[in-house]
Every structure is written in structure tokens, then in C-alpha cells.
Design a protein around this ligand. Sequence first.
Ligand code: UD1
Ligand code: CA
Length: 509
Amino acid sequence: MSPQNPDTAKPSLPGSSPPAAVIVLAAGAGTRMKSRIPKILHPLGGLSMVGHALEAARGLEPHALAVVVRHERERVARHITELDGGVHLVDQDDVPGTGRAVQVALDALDVDAGRPLSGTVVVTYGDVPLLTSETLVALVKAHNDGANAVTVLTAVLDDATGYGRIERAADGTVTAIVEHKDATAAQLAIREVNSGIYAFDAGILRSSLLQVDADNSQGEMYLTDVLGIARAGGGRVAAIVATDRWQVEGANDRVQLAHLGAELNRRVLERWMRAGVSIVDPATTWIDATVLLAEDVTILPGTQLHGATKVARDAVVGPGTTLTDVQVGEGASVIRTHGTGARIGAGASVGPFTYLRPGTVLGEDGKIGAFYETKNVTVGRGSKLSHLGYAGDAEIGEYTNIGCGNITANYDGVSKHRTVIGSHVRTSSNTVFVAPVTVGNGAYTGAGAVIRKDVPPGALAVSFAPQQTTEGWVSEKRPGSAAAEAAEAARILASTDTPSTPIEEGGHA
Ligand code: UD1
Ligand code: CA
């Protein structure tokens, strides 16, 4: 399998070294989500919002990466550490505002480095999930090329309500950012807004923050005040305008989250189609940003691919299939299947209406057919579980055919037991394997067999109670029923049936 990911190519920093640090601001409460889950932990495209922020930051290859936390501190910290063990978690104190958030982070990074950081410090938000590394690279490049004190990423919006407004001088440099709540009518008319994403010179950032107060309508330390202070100190403050507005859009409520999620999905699908994947119906296909697909994969309508799912060349997935952390081998077919934590071999076929649970490993050219549930089972090359059954805690060899309706009785109500079935075995319909039990290579089982004892290689195992037939049971026990009537009609028909031919009987023809 050779999954290809066009995203693995790292953006490069032409002519400049990586930034000293990226600081991701994530201390806010996010009350508009109306959720017990912290805002930045809400997922889209298979990653939490803060997960996307960390991915974008990591793409810059910064020497240090810090996330400022406060709201739901423990839960957020645990989540971030799980995603990226190299992140410095910085706690914001009682002093509110984006300026204070950056100040505590910078202090912590300085202490950690044992000296004041120098070079470029990038600031981003934990709730702006579509921002890419490429955009951050362009920001840092503009910052370095202009030898700027501060470079801010901006956007021009039709409705700038709520955002900080960008005030520019005649030469295009930035004179100040004015928060919406502190703006005059003339300033409110400005449509260029602050995205909240910046590159700073570390030294200027540190000294400017010392001058930031909370003398504003919100009583907060505004990071945006640094721009005016840096300019007053003789620094060049510049802005670059993001042409792709999605990249600076934050999610404050669940409506915005779904909106951004849909756009992210659209981008992921487009990227894969351009990389050689056929997606028949993008409108009903959802693919996480974390999924890997190869060339000439076909995704049929109504399909969702999640997590660490990987699909190899020429495989066909869907319609109506949901796979999470599933590996699909080259040329395999997976139809109307719900799968988690499974591996499907090259050329294998799964579905329709199949439930693959964790630990399912299907060998090359194998088959798990309709109405099958599997869990923790290894199926060897060319073996087939074609219809109606359950296989759990089992190991099946190569080129074995499991008959219709076979079940591994793996659970005795207390613990799970293993079923081991060899290669080239043929089991008949409705065989039940009462685990722990072993069936040797080349063995056969009879219909309805309940296999409680090991079957040696090449043996036939049948287990049956003799069939007992009680004539006339229905007319005696169920008189007047439809069944009794049908039985009576059949009896009359059988008794009037004569073995003679019509010609002999009719006499003339
Ligand atoms: C901020 C900017 C504004 C910009 C807007 C873009 C300031 C003063 N204003 O406004 O110019 O247009 O973002 O979205 O910076 N945070 C902390 N600690 C805090 C406060 C905030 O970590 O004490 C984090 C939040 O979690 C969030 C980000 O900083 O991720 C922005 O905070 P928010 O309160 O949303 O800032 P805005 O008022 O929207
Ligand atoms: Ca905001």
C-alpha cells in the first residue's frame, strides 16, 4: 500500500530561519458554544480546533510552541499534551486580555530558554481552524523581508462588526488597531480588520507589552495596543491581507463550526480529487483531514472516512460506508460497511451491510460478506465469510470457506475465548463454534453442527439430535388454524392424485 498525501510536503521558509516561537492563544471560555466541552476541543475534519491550530503552527517548525490556557485548564491541557507532547502549556493569570496572554507566554518561554527570546514570535488563536502553515509562512516571510517590528494578517470584510479595525498611514504601514468597542464612527467604517494573527519581533513585543495598560472599554490588556506602541518606538508595522477569508475565520458558536467544517471538507475533497482520487458525490462525502488516499481510489456516495483511515490504490469504497481508523488494501472493495480499527487486505471484498469492529484483519483476496459482524478476528488470504454471521476472537487460516450463518460463541458470560480454524476448511451452514475450540486444516463440518470439541485436520464433524416427525400434530394441536387448513388441503390433493395419464382417462383425443 502506498498512500499518498500531497500535504506531507512541508512549506519552506525561503531565505529565513524558523521563528523563535509560536504562541497559540486558547485561554478564553467560548461561552457561545453552549457546551460542557471546551470550545477549542470541538472537532471538525477529524481534529479538534486546537489540533488544527497546532498543525498549522508546527508547519513553521518553530523552536518553541506555547499554548496559553485558563478556561477548563486540566481538560484542555490533557488534550493538547496528547496531541503534541512538545507544547509548552502556559497558564494565564487573573489579568484579562490577549496582551496579558502573550505576555505570560513570552515570560514562560524566556524562563524556559534561560534567556530572553530573540527573533520572530508568531501569535495565532486556538479557534481559527482553517489557517494553514503556508499562510503563516507567507506572514513570516513578509515580516522578515520588511524587517518589521510587527506584521499583522488582516482581512477585508463586508461586515466588520466586532473586529479590531486596521488604521493605515498614507504609505500603507499600520498606525494602530482600534477595537470595535473603542472605535469612533469614522473608524467603524473601516472594513479592513485584524485577524488576531501576527508576527512580532520578540524584543519589541516584550518591551511594548510592558507599556500596555487596561485603560479601555473592556478593561483588558489588548495585544493590539502593541502595534501603536511599536510604531511610536520607531518600528515598522505592516499588514498583509489574507485573500482567503476562511483562513482567518474563528468559530464562536456551533453554526460557525459547522460552516467551517463544511468548507474544510470541501477543501480536503478537492485536494484529493486533484491528487487523483475519484469522488463521485462530494456533497455526501466526508473525509477527515487526517485520512490518506492513493491515486485511483474511488469513493462512492454517502461515504465518511475518519481518523487514521488509509485507502490504497484502485480500491473502491462505498456507497454508504463509514470507516474510522481502517486500512483498505489495493484494489479492495468495501460496500455499505461500518468499520472501526480494521485492516482489509489487497483485493479483498467487504459488504454490503457489514460491521467490522476493532481488530478485524482480512487477508488478501478474502471476503467478509453481507450481514456479518466481526471483532478481533484474523482471516487469512483467500478465506471467505460470505453471509450472515458473527466471528469474534478468532483466527481463520487461508482459503477456508465459512458457511452461511456460522457463529463463534466466544463469550461464556464471564470471559472471552478463542476459536482457531485452519486453512482449506469447509464449514456448513449454521455451524456454531463453542470457544475455546480448534478446527484443523482441511476439516469439514456438517449443517447445524455445534462444535464443542477440537476437530482434527481432515475430519468431518457433525453434531445432531435425530429429527423427530409427529404426523398429524397440527390438526390435533392447532385445529381450525390456517396451518391446519393448508395441511388438510395438501392431504386431500395428495389422496385424489392418480398416477394415470389424462389420455387413458379421457378415452378420446
Ligand atoms: C481580538 C482582537 C481583535 C481581532 C479579533 C479577531 C484584541 C484586543 N482584539 O478580539 O482586534 O479583530 O480578536 O478575532 O486582541 N484569549 C486569551 N486570553 C484572554 C483573552 C483572549 O487567551 O485573556 C484568546 C481567546 O481564547 C481567543 C483569542 O485570544 O482565542 C481572541 O480572544 P477574543 O476575546 O475572542 O478577542 P476579540 O475580542 O474577538
Ligand atoms: Ca473572537
